[in-house]
Design a protein around this ligand. Sequence first.
Ligand code: PLP
Length: 466
Amino acid sequence: MSAEAFRQHGRAVIDWIADYLEHIEQHPVQSPLKPNDVRAQLPAHPPERGESFEQMLRDVNEIILPGLTHWQSPNFFGYFPANTSYPSILGELLTAGLGVQGMLWATSPACTELETHVLDWVVELLDLPREFRSTSAGGGVIQDTASSATLCAMLAARERVTGNATNERGANGTLTVYTSQQTHSSIEKAATIAGIGRANLRLIDVDDHFAMKPASLRQTLRADRAAGKVPAFVCATVGTTSSNAIDPVREIGEICREEQLWLHVDAAMSGTAALCPEFRHIHDGLELADSYCFNPHKWMFTNFDCDCFFVRDRAALVRTLSILPEYLRNTATESGNVIDYRDWQIPLGRRFRALKLWFVIRHYGAEGLRGLVREHISLAQEFADWVRESDRFELITDPPLNLVCLRHIEGDGRTQAILKSINDSGRAFLTHTKLNDRYVIRVSIGGTRTRRQHVEALWRQLRDLA
Ligand SMILES: *Cc1c(COP(=O)(O)O)cnc(C)c1O
């Protein structure tokens, strides 16, 4: 493709994206397609001769678009948001245009230094513990996902508790890790990848609000130590995926300090709320944590993938993940004065992800970000009030932030049928969970374009079906 053609098609693509997002409400939120509907329209073999860009864009319109669930729709209330914004999209485009690798400081100094700097900004924006700043013994790194961040934290914890022995000689089968029954599936996945094993993952009881019970954690730790196990790692969740439960980080952190255990705090979705001082109580006790992560790619208007991962002791992480082959040796690394982020993550190569986050923060400013987060939370709280006043629906738990969990009073069958008719209507999209063995509708409010009228329309639709 010539530079001239690129300019022309590039402008067309930018126009296409702006049109798509401006008119996104015209599409059914959930794709109505059945398995293989998309593939049946694609040629069986790759083209022998190059095709025109116009042809490709036409196929995007005709084949791809109908096969999408529109995550950026303001009527998307499923799972957790994966929101984007124009400044973020432009940052992604620049990242693609630059095409640099940021594995070492030496492979592109600005890629590393902007990331370190923006993550220090994030510590300030969320008022995170100063131990997470790059100027302390800790620091931050952008990972692809919270799953990867949690895995890195678990690996560093594993090496710390064994004095690096598992990296040298392999795991010994006695290590145990702890999290709540409501935790995200990524903790279980990390335990299997880290060689700890599912059987050594302890799922601690939760209270009436689905938050971890510190007393049960303490009890389980005692029993394990008595049985000769070696506890290595605890993961607390700030904002569980099912119900947005907030584990008591301070009490869990105090236990971890006494027991000399690595505490990781997973705030993938809800961490963003800490932009606002009035919601920072969710992080109470975070200064006791060894590591922490949240996803700007969920609620902070930044394209997937962007997870901010912070550690208190970067040496522990680097010791766990550092390997220096001859072909990567360089004087900057050897000077010890630079950060090489390949030692902070699983892969070697890394995208220039800091650009989009930098653009988002600079475009909105702290005040702009707070405004949107406050609006989402207050809409969710209002929605919860409508549920409380209704005689057809009931809340499962008081929503701490922007996720409302409700059910129809007639039970699972009715609740499930309502969710299905909403999704089939294409006017809104919802997903479910199970809490206390009951089928529950989750209303997750956090889309970049979600405003009062969308939330009101969803409530009207629910009411009409009840
Ligand atoms: C979404 C979520 C995750 C997983 O996030 P990824 O970035 O997709 O790995 C982990 N923990 C919690 C609490 C989540 O909400």
